[in-house]
Design a protein around this ligand. Structure first.
Ligand code: ADP
Ligand code: MG
Length: 693
């Protein structure tokens, strides 16, 4: 395929504009074609001036007969023009665009789109877009419509970034289509096999690119969007598919076996647990166990709600690794979580010889390396990977989603090719998981341990807050139960800022007054990890009654004695996120409660939160978020950068299913080597995936 021209060769384009494009990652004509509009304005109704009706959005074409500058009574500067065609005259008032007086010279042909207004008997137009045309008459001919860019048709509206206006982008995109070198016709190769296109009732790629920018109808724009979204999802899924196939060819560095003795040891471990494994835990363990006995490295993604008992399943895997004489690494995103895993695992392996070490960031142990060498299970944050290990058979990663392509490569570079288990409590709709983690095998713990009571959830109206506080005080005084209060100081980006910390501190003071006589502590993301650890430990050891936190703090903390989760400003969170917060209580056999406070009591919010109080199914809530608020609100999804889909939407289940089938079909019938364009895009996507991690 012929290379697309560099964006610098765009005619009639200033170097400033070129620089702006480049800063958006637009380096070629092709990149520009892939900058998609997010909506359209319909200016396709072309009207004679006399026929234009007040309230109508139309395009009129005429000759400029007058232009002048005016200041309105309210002090607005306007530029007023008169436009005439063979049927009549209309007045156009532009606000604050003095340069138009130079541009719109008397006698020129001008096409303007806007809304018709009537003052008395005088017809005027509030102009939205304009275009100077060589001959107004010629443009009326239907076939000539394509020459219109900004008026007389359905026009694309683009996301305006880095000071690039929609109008500029539209102008430049039209230059690409008009380019003498015919960028689109000659260089834009069809990426899919004909059969897949026709089986899926898709339009051709070149048509799709043209119609997404300059559609002939709303319908055509829709078809174009469908085609390009299909391309995108197809590329992503095919790329995961190929990664998976590649991984299938790998061999683990250290192969596991399970003979009768190991079998008995494993069974013994399970029998001696303080509880019975749930069916879901048993099922997932058998999936993992099967993987572990293969020589192909495991790449499994284990999803399970907070409290569903993922750790014990992971422990079983570590135990099998140990029985085979290999080390296991367990990594958590924070030190608190690493510490928690350490505590849990120490307990689980109390009566076993397996040696467990926790490596903290500020570990001062002398001779750390020899401690590591003597350990069977090493727990820490991701910094763990900088250490050297003797014989690693298994790596477990908690709450770090995309431990995938690049990290696997990183491990391999270190001479390790272990089994990999990634775990998350984030509820992710299944279709989404299949799309985003296509290269991984999925396991789901979809059942809570026996005897666990559902958390009772209430939406608390404003006037009932005082009684809610009283009830909480009663719970603490009488039962010594502990309370979480989550404050909503959260920025759009879910990144905690100093501003939100300040707000949290203020709220903390306020709560201290409300709960005077009780012991409160504040935990936020900007604290040093030592400090955080102390506060968590105090809470865990019941030295504090109420822990006030910001929501970004630690997803998986386990405080069985905490029975109340109070969420302020609940409307600001996605449902999946409140669900995760709710999951911090109800981790024992005591009845737990979740209270939602909201400042905004409109019907939409009350409806959404009301529904939340009635559901305990995290995946269902995640689907709901996806429908109402988009994937950004599925907790954690935004931070992990999965949202850079250009045109497809993760909530379009149907299209995800269709493209998945199409990938299977492609795999069966075609060789990617023969599809140059597709191969290129798949590789590009993979590279993006690697660097983004
Ligand atoms: P998560 O999936 O959130 O990591 P954990 O593994 O921390 O959940 O388990 C939460 C709590 O449930 C722990 O205290 C654990 O000991 C307990 N637990 C795990 N499995 C069971 C079970 N089958 N029955 C009863 N309690 C269980
Ligand atoms: Mg956990």
């Amino acid at each position: 395929m012929i290379q697309f021209s560099n964006i610098e060769t765009l005619p009639k384009t200033s170097s400033i504009t070129i620089r702006k494009f480049k800063s958006l990652g637009i380096n070629t004509y092709f990149d520009l074609l892939n900058y998609f509009p997010f909506r359209y304005e319909d200016y396709s109704l072309i009207s004679k001036i006399k026929d234009a009706q007040p309230g109508e959005t139309v395009t009129v074409i005429g000759e400029i007969t007058e232009g002048k500058y005016q200041v309105t009574q309210t002090g607005l500067r306007i530029q007023v023009f008169k436009l005439q065609d063979e049927t009549g005259e209309i007045e156009l008032g532009f606000y604050n665009q003095p340069y138009l007086l130079r541009l719109f010279k008397k006698g020129l042909n001008l096409s303007v789109a806007g809304v018709i207004e009537q003052y008395g008997r005088k017809l005027s137009m509030k102009p939205k877009e304009y275009e100077l045309t060589d001959s107004g008459q010629a443009c009326l001919r239907k076939q000539a419509r394509i020459t219109f860019k900004h008026v007389g048709r359905i026009i694309p509206i683009y996301p305006e970034k880095r000071g690039l206006s929609s109008r500029t982008i539209r102008e430049k995109v039209s230059l690409v289509f008009a380019s003498a070198t015919s960028e689109v016709a000659d260089r834009l190769d069809e990426m899919l096999p004909k059969e897949i296109i026709s089986l899926n009732n898709l339009i051709e790629e070149q048509t799709a690119y043209r119609q997404i920018h300059f559609p002939e109808s709303k319908d055509a724009a829709q078809k174009a969007r469908e085609r390009l979204a299909f391309d995108e999802l197809f590329t992503i899924q095919l790329s995961s598919h190929l990664v998976k196939k590649e991984w299938q060819k790998e061999k683990v560095g250290n192969k596991f076996t399970v003979g009768t003795i190991h079998e008995l040891s494993l069974q013994n471990f399970i029998d001696n647990l303080p509880f019975r494994l749930t069916n879901a835990q048993n099922r997932v363990w058998s999936e993992i166990r099967t993987d572990l006995l293969r020589s192909v490295p495991m790449n499994r993604f284990l999803q399970g709600e907070v409290g569903s008992g993922k750790t014990v399943v992971a422990a079983l895997a570590c135990y099998l690794s140990y029985l085979n004489g290999y080390q296991s690494l367990m990594m958590a995103p924070t030190e608190i979580l690493a510490q928690q895993h350490y505590n849990t695992l120490i307990k689980l392996f109390k009566n076993y010889e397996l040696r467990i070490t926790k490596i903290a960031g500020a570990n001062k142990i002398r001779d750390l390396q020899s401690v590591i060498n003597k350990s069977d299970l090493i727990i820490g944050t991701h910094a763990l990977l900088n250490k050297r290990f003797k014989k690693v058979g298994l790596v477990i990663i908690d709450e770090q989603h995309r431990f995938g392509v690049s990290q696997r490569a990183e491990l391999k570079n270190k001479g390790l090719n272990p089994h990999l288990l990634t775990m998350t409590a984030t509820p992710i709709p299944r279709t989404v998981a299949l799309t985003l983690y296509g290269e991984l095998d999925l396991s789901l713990i979809d059942e809570m341990p026996y005897g666990r009571l559902l958390v009772k959830t209430y939406l608390v109206p404003k006037h009932k807050r005082p009684s809610c506080y009283d009830w909480i005080k009663f719970q603490i005084s009488n039962f010594k139960f502990q309370i979480f209060i989550v404050c909503p100081f959260i920025e759009e980006s879910e990144i905690e800022t100093m501003k939100s910390v300040k707000a949290a501190k203020k709220e903390f003071e306020n709560l201290k007054t409300i709960f005077s006589g009780f012991k409160l502590a504040l935990l936020h993301g900007k604290m040093k990890s030592k400090e955080k650890e102390k506060i968590m430990n105090d809470f865990k050891n019941q030295r504090t009654d109420i822990l006030v936190t910001t929501p970004v703090v630690e997803v998986g903390v386990d405080i069985p004695n905490a029975t109340v989760m109070l969420i302020e400003g609940a409307e600001r969170f996605g449902l999946a996120q409140i669900h995760q917060l709710r999951g911090r209580v109800g981790r024992s056999d005591k009845q737990s409660y979740c209270f939602l406070f909201t400042e905004k009591e409109d019907s939409g919010i009350l409806g959404r939160l009301g529904m939340f109080t009635k559901t305990n199914d995290g995946n269902k809530l995640a689907e709901e978020d996806l429908k109402i608020r988009g994937p950004g609100d599925i907790y954690g999804m935004r931070q992990h950068g999965y949202l850079d889909l250009k045109i497809a939407s993760l909530s379009d289940y149907q299209l995800i299913e269709r493209t998945k089938k199409a990938v299977e079909y492609f795999e069966k019938h075609y060789e990617i080597e023969k599809f140059g364009e597709l191969k290129k895009r798949v590789e590009k996507y993979r590279k993006g995936k690697i660097t983004k991690d």
